[in-house]
Design a protein around this ligand. Structure first.
Ligand code: TRP
Length: 332
């Protein structure tokens, strides 16, 4: 039997190339090797967007389109909506007894986010609890593996602790998941910042048009010390070259560009033109698939509904076991 993996994203915005190299590309590959579940984590998104439910709702649809566009195949990957599976919320309540407030407050990912979002003392209780809810996401579907980036490792750690506590108290019911650390890469922003991020407005979105990509690439940050195309430039950490390495399959061309850049024998324009082209080559098949699904949104809803129903069945079975183990299976 194939091992089961579960991943997910919060529906708070369109996906970009950073998501593609960091996780989506890997998921397209993983769906052939594993039984893959991908969760649209709208409950989690609401923990810090509860004042803006329409945004979460709209992005749930966008996220589904991004998934399908990128090549997640609904026959291989089960796409589900978190909020439509109340068993996850139920499991979260029981998990909350198994973790101390001190422990959730210590979660480094949550700490970072609280700081980043400037939540301070106003952080909603639901927000600091989201790792507990994420532990329920993972265990409700009996996932063995969770493919994650480094920032999510504390989540898996917390999940494992909760599972161990549950199993030692109530019996061996839940599966202790492991992180699946693949070749996770981070893409710098168009502006040279360490990370491509919606809030920094330095992204190329998977749904950008050919023209938008050309325009964004033409405006990219390069070596600031290089004024003329005859000045020697530094390709090291230069986002234009980082992207070439990520997307240009012609490695000889990339090293030729690098050599000439260091010698001041090539202009930025030539390198950027080629970069826009290779990025568009990556995005073209996604645009094609997106067009097909956008013209049949009923089909998209059907995929989501079927995926959620399939997932809910598994979560219901897990909850039956949990209720029995916790002696709260009153009426059979
Ligand atoms: N926390 C993840 C993020 O911010 C989203 C997520 C929710 C998730 N539930 C999950 C990821 C379960 C992996 C497994 O991107």
């Amino acid at each position: 039997m194939k091992k089961r993996i579960l991943t997910g994203d919060r529906p708070t915005g369109r996906l970009h190339l950073g998501h593609y190299v960091g996780s989506l590309k890997n998921r397209v590959k993983l769906q052939d090797e594993y039984e893959q579940f991908v969760m649209i984590a709208d409950v989690q998104a609401l923990t810090d967007n509860f004042e803006n439910p329409q945004k979460v709702r709209d992005n749930a649809r966008e996220l589904t389109l991004d998934y399908l566009a990128v090549g997640l195949d609904s026959h291989k990957t089960t796409i589900l909506i978190q909020s439509m599976i109340p068993e996850i919320a139920e499991l979260t309540v029981f998990f909350m007894n198994l973790v101390t407030l001190e422990r959730v407050m210590r979660n480094p990912t949550v700490k970072d986010e609280v700081k980043q979002k400037g939540l301070g003392k106003n952080v909603p209780a639901g927000f600091v609890m989201y790792p507990v809810s994420q532990a329920a996401d993972i265990t409700a579907f009996e996932a063995h593996l969770v493919p994650v980036g480094e920032d999510q490792i504390p989540m898996i750690e917390q999940t494992r602790e909760i599972v161990r506590k549950f199993n030692s108290l109530y019996g061996e019911v839940l599966i202790e998941p492991e992180a699946l650390i693949g070749e996770v890469r981070r893409l710098p922003g168009l502006d040279g910042q360490a990370k491509m991020s919606k809030s920094l407005d330095n992204c190329i979105y998977l749904s950008d048009s050919k023209e938008e990509v050309e325009k964004k690439v033409a405006g990219m940050y390069t070596d600031p010390k290089r004024i003329h195309s005859t000045d020697p430039g530094d390709p090291e950490g230069n986002p234009v070259f980082v992207y070439h390495h990520a997307f240009n399959s012609n490695k000889d061309e990339v090293s030729d560009f690098e050599q000439r850049y260091k010698q001041g024998k090539i202009g930025d324009v030539e390198i950027k033109k080629k970069l826009a082209q290779v990025i568009n080559d990556v995005l073209d098949p996604m645009r094609e698939r997106r067009r097909v699904y956008e013209s049949d949104l009923d089909k998209v809803d059907e995929i989501l509904k079927a995926g959620t129903e399939k997932a809910r069945k598994i979560a219901t079975e897990t909850m039956d076991k949990v209720r029995r183990a916790m002696k709260i299976d009153y009426f059979k």
